[in-house]
Design a protein around this ligand. Structure first.
Ligand code: ATP
Ligand code: MN
Length: 464
């Protein structure tokens, strides 16, 4: 029977016969003995295999190279070396798969850029093993958090017809023959004979359907893939990413902020409690301030202030020459990442929640404030990341919502169902969207969002 490396390293059952299976990380040795570091992905740590050279066929040991896959049977013994508790004195080695010198992950210290080009093999490295074990843990934490609090996991469609949000940023879905498009008299493409009989796209957010569920089940969350065809080549944007969107009936913007802060802290604490070895590795190898930053977020209140106050701070900093921003800052501007990071990293040195943004730069469904200029939006801003969460209290008034829709000229012909929530038993409600990969960026200390999703999709790149 196979034992996982993680369990071997916890075991003190010395003298027992065990079998481990995994991939060779390194082999070193002398004329009389080989030391093989074997990893099976269950933990960042390797188990050391001790193979006496005179007990094994020379040809067999030659096949044990970095990257090769082995099954090893032997005796569990207390380790002589520091660090590891147990190692295995090998009695039998089977080579499942040899691995030649072209194995791209053979050399240590490759750049992340290089590893991205070999994303199919980078999973076998320490860093990516750690990242994806943490990614799994964060998914578990999210489900646990909401489940414990009575939220229902709600599945919203991937293929949608709602083109009211961010048109032009959507990936169209069609089965039409692009070489032979039927057009009407005005030269417009006729979609009536397309698969769904109308234009359809990949979802940019599950929120609108999430609102339908929240106003029936009370509190829900979505957790699924979202797609944005925005041509932004940044270390924080993907064309395909995962989003978590809680939506809660009767929550106002303050409840929404409390939920966002509590939720993120829960996830970070989960990582600190459950991903210790991987975080310690990343703290050592990737970002020396990672653990400090994670502990800081868990132990400090987020700063809450209005967009208007935030802009005042930024304007003052620019004016006093404290900070030279690439993009100008003034009331009404959609804050750039450099602005958000100045507030978080330099001014407050804490996570910040900005509220009450100008309505022009926010979505149509956000609750309008009395001032006629701002809406009850909230963005949670994080060190290194900038915006990690975007949310709002939703406009519950049918009249105000339709007025705003008309003002913006949003095509609502397919959106009658959304407006029905406001016609039939409308209620105050709020929600937000957390970009899953932005959370993983924060928790792992990785610098590029392409390195926290297994197979990133970005402009001009959809390999693997
Ligand atoms: P940004 O201003 O950073 O482009 P956004 O305001 O367009 O983000 P929202 O529409 O508010 O983002 O989406 C909610 C959350 O989804 C964001 O706070 C962010 O964490 C995440 N997110 C948005 N766009 C992307 C993307 N292209 N790749 C990865 N995560 C994203
Ligand atoms: Mn946003």
């Amino acid at each position: 029977m196979r034992t996982k490396v993680i369990d071997i390293l916890r075991s003190t059952n010395y003298g027992a016969e065990v079998t481990v299976k995994g991939w060779v990380r390194t082999k070193r040795g002398s004329k009389s003995v080989n030391f093989i570091a074997l990893n099976d992905g269950s933990t960042i740590h390797n188990v050391q295999i001790v193979a006496d050279v005179d007990k094994f066929d020379e040809e067999l040991l030659k096949k044990v190279t970095t990257g090769a896959c082995l099954a090893v049977t032997g005796t569990l013994v207390e380790s002589q070396g520091a660090g590891q508790a147990a190692e295995i004195q090998a009695t039998d080695i089977v080579v499942y798969g040899t691995c030649d010198a072209e194995y791209p992950m053979q050399k240590k210290g490759q750049t992340f850029e290089f590893m991205r080009q070999h994303a199919h093999m980078r999973l076998r490295t320490n860093t990516f093993g750690a990242v994806f074990r943490i990614r799994h843990n964060m998914a578990m934490a999210i489900h646990q958090y909401f489940h414990e609090r009575g939220f229902f996991y709600f599945h919203t469609p991937i293929i949608t017809t709602s083109d009211c949000e961010g048109a032009g940023q959507m990936f169209q879905v069609t089965t039409k023959n692009l070489y032979d498009l039927k057009k009407d008299a005005d030269g417009k493409i006729d979609y009536s004979d397309d698969f769904f009989g109308k234009t359809t796209s990949l979802t940019v957010s599950g929120q609108l359907e999430g609102e339908l569920a929240a106003t029936a089940l009370g509190a829900i969350y979505t957790f699924g893939p979202t797609f944005r065809a925005e041509n932004s080549n940044t270390p924080r944007h993907l064309a395909e990413f995962w989003m978590i969107e809680p939506e809660v009936a009767f929550n106002d913007i303050n409840d929404n902020m409390d939920l966002a802060e509590d939720f993120i802290k829960y996830c970070v604490r989960w990582a600190l409690d459950n991903c210790k070895d991987d975080l310690e590795f990343l703290n050592k190898m990737v970002d020396k301030t990672l653990l400090e930053r994670l502990n800081f977020v868990v132990n400090n209140d987020f700063v809450r202030l209005s967009y208007t106050e935030g802009v005042e701070i930024l304007e003052a900093a620019a004016k006093a020459g404290k900070k030279a921003f690439e993009f100008p800052v003034y009331w009404g501007v959609d804050l750039a990442s450099e602005h958000e990071r100045y507030l978080v990293e330099e001014h407050f040195q804490k996570p910040v929640i900005l509220t009450d943004y100008p309505k022009e730069i926010k979505a149509f469904y956000m609750k309008q404030n009395e001032d006629g200029k701002t809406v009850r939006a909230m963005d949670v801003l994080f060190p290194q990341i900038g915006e990690i969460i975007g949310g709002s209290e939703r406009e519950e008034s049918y009249e105000k919502l339709t007025a705003r829709i008309n003002e913006l000229g949003i095509p609502m012909k397919d959106m009658w169902w959304y407006l029905d929530t406001r016609r039939f038993g409308t209620c105050p409600h709020s929600g937000f969207g957390l970009g899953f990969e932005r959370l993983i960026l924060f928790v792992t200390g990785m610098q590029n969002i392409r390195d926290v999703i297994p197979f990133p999709r970005t402009p001009k790149s959809a390999e693997f």
